[in-house]
Design a binder for this molecule. Structure first.
Ligand SMILES: Nc1nc2c(c(=O)[nH]1)N[C@H]1C(S)=C(S)[C@@H](COP(=O)(O)OP(=O)(O)OC[C@H]3O[C@@H](n4cnc5c(=O)[nH]c(N)nc54)[C@H](O)[C@@H]3O)O[C@H]1N2
Ligand SMILES: Nc1nc2c(c(=O)[nH]1)N[C@H]1C(S)=C(S)[C@@H](COP(=O)(O)OP(=O)(O)OC[C@H]3O[C@@H](n4cnc5c(=O)[nH]c(N)nc54)[C@H](O)[C@@H]3O)O[C@H]1N2
Ligand code: SF4
Ligand SMILES: [Mo]
Length: 737
């Protein structure tokens, strides 16, 4: 029997509406949902191609145990009891501090996964030797942004986004939404929305070292990688010097405005052009336009987060928005979110707890603070190999491929061999999961119900959608939350919280009920904007009512709220705090210069329309035409090195060296080379198409040295990395492969 189910895609952040065709319980096709109020008939090729992931013969659909002869299928009970026994023994012997978890990007799209994995990590607790090691993709992605918010607003959960509905001038710094479809900004059809800004007489300006797919369509200012703090300090300099700061408004919103002005004072555009490559006139014109345009905002994303000064850069983006009078005003940089009554107090309590944890808790290796509880994943290998109390002996990797996504993947791959227990929850045998003792098969997004909790704070239009599973799990696949729930039950003797949960679980079972994360997600929907407030509002929303009565989702209001800054600030007095010694110290570090002789070029990343980080290279419709991994460099850099379009090149950094094909172009700043991450399928995984395409792991060039990890947020440095480029044959004697 063929059925059509309304649902939504959870590969990336716009969460486009999808219609799933299910034939006899099997997903056979996906097509964009025309009735979705925001994506209205749009879905990208990755979203459509997910049918192939769902039915991929290479997908892991039964628990696998590694043996000397390779992986062998085992029953869930055998796998879970062995894992629980071995984990229990490690915890008894070395304490929870010998256990680590790494949560990868796809986990952010599943409320249940996120909640139960967090519970597992926190519940395991930390008596002897400190708490469980808690890693995630966020130290390759968002920690610097979140920490900047923690400094400015007192809580990492307050992250402003551009008000796309009303904006007239959008300055995009280090983001490529035409390819990424928007990040920390949930806005389906984002390309159309940017075009509309211009069609309505507005401007979109892109500040990027590469003339990206986004920059090509709008105005482009090429910038040298990693130099954004100079550029942003100069914008502030002009705003203050030229009297463009709306002081009455800014003083109402924030403390420390004079301190900020003092910070920016030395950094005139004439002084910073040598670092950024952006002409002083262009900086001045931009500062004036930002303050003059009533509805304008700066928006930064990955390129501003993963540089040497990620926290400072993110801080400065908001500081410019504030100084130019564009924060928390219609068409400016605004706050989205769930609008739960009393959120102000939750923010205050959470902010205070996280600030205190930031001050007091440090990692064992490198003594880094934790941002939203996460330690730097760049140090995962060293936490395994460094002896002493708290040395990591067991690792859980859930929805991640850190061998390809964190710095120095080779170091991590060899460190993993030293673990006593390693368990992966994944769809595939990958470069990382292939090294684990167990791979536990998990449900795909279409095999689970969902509510995109993580992304509610980034909705450019107040919007709510939930979905039920559209197919039953393939093979023996289980939801991640069920796996962690099972494990917590088996480990009830090892952690007080697990013991309490076991009692609750039993009590519920007696009443024929089950403890599950859906109850929590439902409560959030019910308490948030549009929710039924547990019966107070008769026609209000619940999780089930959303899926049944609004399967395409529901727009909750025409515009995002403004004038809400006081409730987003967790500091007493409810005003932003601009003055921070940490920020001052970062600015003081700026004048240091890199030694450019040996590694004269700078490496940046590049996302591709048909890749999703490391995990969609096994999907034939996305790999058509023998798609290859390739770097992009300027013709003017290539020529003197004897490099021509299509050549094989070596790229070397202080950390490592890779070989890759190159494409030459005029659309990149001279001195910069762009290489996509997520490639380097080396055969340790079993995805046959991905292995055939191979490519190189660009993260072999990234450093995991303590001194190269951003000291404030523990962020990996993934952009602006100094490298040396040469033609492969000339340099290594290895011919093209
Ligand atoms: N050089 C460089 N490195 C980067 C970046 C960069 O720009 N440049 N970007 C960084 C960023 S922003 C990110 S987010 C990280 C991503 O880093 P990771 O999250 O570590 O890696 P992914 O490649 O996203 O791998 C996701 C894994 O989850 C599996 N998976 C997919 N769906 C599910 C699911 O529903 N459940 C479970 N359990 N598993 C699932 C996939 O098979 C895959 O193995 O990479 C970072 N690394
Ligand atoms: N097709 C596709 N979409 C994706 C993903 C994917 O892998 N493929 N990944 C998803 C994930 S996990 C994320 S986090 C988002 C990321 O979403 P985005 O941030 O929008 O995407 P990126 O392509 O990483 O954009 C970063 C931009 O910063 C530029 N850049 C690099 N260094 C600097 C610098 O120092 N300064 C400035 N100003 N710019 C710099 C790069 O050239 C690039 O254009 O995309 C998501 N969407
Ligand atoms: S843009 Fe992202 S959410 Fe939309 S269909 Fe493509 S992968 Fe899915
Ligand atoms: Mo990401």
């Amino acid at each position: 029997m063929v059925e059509q189910h309304t649902t939504y895609c959870r590969i990336c952040e716009p969460l486009c509406g999808m219609i799933a065709t299910v034939d006899d319980g099997r997903l056979v096709a996906l097509r964009p949902d025309k009735e979705h109020p925001l994506s209205s008939g749009f879905a990208c090729q990755k979203g459509i191609a997910f049918t192939e992931v769902q039915n991929d013969p290479d997908r892991v659909t039964t628990p696998l145990r590694r043996t000397e002869a390779g992986f062998e299928p085992v029953s869930w009970d055998d796998a879970m009891s062995d894992i629980a026994d071995r984990l229990g023994a490690i915890v008894r012997r070395d304490g929870p501090a010998a256990v680590g978890c790494y949560m990868g990007n796809p986990a952010a799209f599943s409320y249940a996964h996120l909640m139960w994995l967090t519970m597992f990590v926190k519940g395991l607790g930390g008596r002897r030797g400190g708490p469980c090691h808690n890693f995630s993709a966020s130290t390759q992605d968002t920690s610097s942004r979140l920490l900047a918010s923690q400094f400015l607003y007192g809580t990492p959960t307050s992250v402003p986004i551009p008000d796309l509905q009303r904006i007239e001038m959008l300055v995009i710094v280090g983001a490529n939404p035409v390819v990424s479809h928007g990040s920390f900004l949930t806005a389906p059809r984002i390309h159309d929305r940017l075009r509309e800004i211009v069609k309505d007489g507005g401007r979109v300006v892109v500040i990027d070292p590469r003339k990206t797919e986004t920059a090509t369509q709008f105005e482009w200012l090429g910038i040298r990688p990693g130099s954004d703090p100079y550029f942003l300090l100069s914008l502030l300099h002009v705003l203050f010097e030229d009297g463009l700061v709306d002081r009455r408004r800014a003083d109402r919103q924030a403390d420390g405005l004079d301190w900020l002005g003092g910070l920016a004072l030395p950094w005139s555009p004439e002084r910073t052009v040598a670092h950024t490559g952006i002409e002083p006139d262009a900086v001045r014109a931009l500062a004036h336009a930002l303050s003059r345009t009533r509805r304008a905002a700066l928006y930064g994303r990955l390129g501003t987060c993963v540089g040497e000064f990620g926290t400072l850069t993110s801080y400065l983006l908001d500081a410019v928005n504030l100084a130019a009078g564009n924060l928390d005003v219609p068409g400016g940089s605004v706050f989205s979110g769930l609008q739960i009554p009393g959120m102000k107090w939750t923010n205050t309590a959470l902010g205070s707890a996280l600030r205190s944890a930031y001050r007091t808790k440090r990692t064992r290796v490198g003594s880094f603070p934790l941002v939203t509880g996460y330690a730097p994943a760049a140090l995962m290998a060293k936490e395994i190999t460094t002896p002493g109390m708290g040395q990591m002996k067991a690792l859980f990797v859930s929805a991640g491929n850190p061998v390809l996504s964190v710095p120095n993947g080779n170091e991590l791959a060899s460190a993993m061999a030293e673990l006593e227990l390693s368990v992966a929850l994944d769809l595939y045998v990958t470069e990382t999961t292939g090294l684990c003792d167990y791979i536990l098969p998990v449900t795909t997004m279409y095999e689970r119900d969902d509510f995109a909790l993580t992304f509610q704070g980034f909705q450019a239009t107040a919007f709510r959608q939930t979905t039920e599973a559209v197919v039953t799990p393939r093979g023996d696949a289980r939801g991640e939350w069920e796996i962690f729930d099972d494990l917590m039950g088996r480990l009830a003797g090892h952690a007080p919280m697990f013991a309490v949960m076991a009692v609750v679980r039993r009590a519920l079972r007696l009443r024929g009920k089950r403890m599950n994360p859906r109850v929590l997600a439902d409560a959030i929907v019910r308490m948030s904007e549009g929710g039924d407030r547990f019966g107070l509002r008769k026609s209000g929303l619940t999780f089930a009512r959303l899926t049944q009565e609004h399967p395409h989702g529901k727009v909750l209001s025409d515009y995002l709220p403004t004038g809400v800054l006081p409730s987003m600030v967790a500091y007493r007095g409810r005003r932003m705090k601009l003055e921070h010694d940490e920020i001052r110290r970062e600015v003081d570090k700026l004048s240091r210069d890199d030694d450019a002789d040996e590694y004269p070029m700078q490496l940046i990343g590049m996302r591709e329309p048909k890749s999703e980080n490391s995990w969609m290279h096994n999907t034939s419709s996305l790999m058509r035409g023998e798609r290859r991994h390739r770097a992009l460099m300027h013709e003017l850099d290539a020529e003197p090195l004897g490099i021509r379009d299509g050549d094989r090149i070596t790229v070397a950094s202080r950390t490592g060296e890779i070989e890759v094909d190159v494409e030459t172009t005029k659309d990149i700043v001279v001195g910069v080379i762009a290489i996509p991450h997520g490639w380097g399928h080396n055969g340790s995984g079993t995805w046959h198409l991905a292995n055939r395409a191979r490519g190189a792991n660009v993260n072999e060039l990234m450093s995991s040295e303590i001194t190269d990890v951003e000291s404030l947020s523990g962020m990996s440095r993934l952009t602006g990395v100094p490298v040396r480029v040469a033609r492969a044959e000339l340099n290594s004697g290895r011919g093209p492969s």
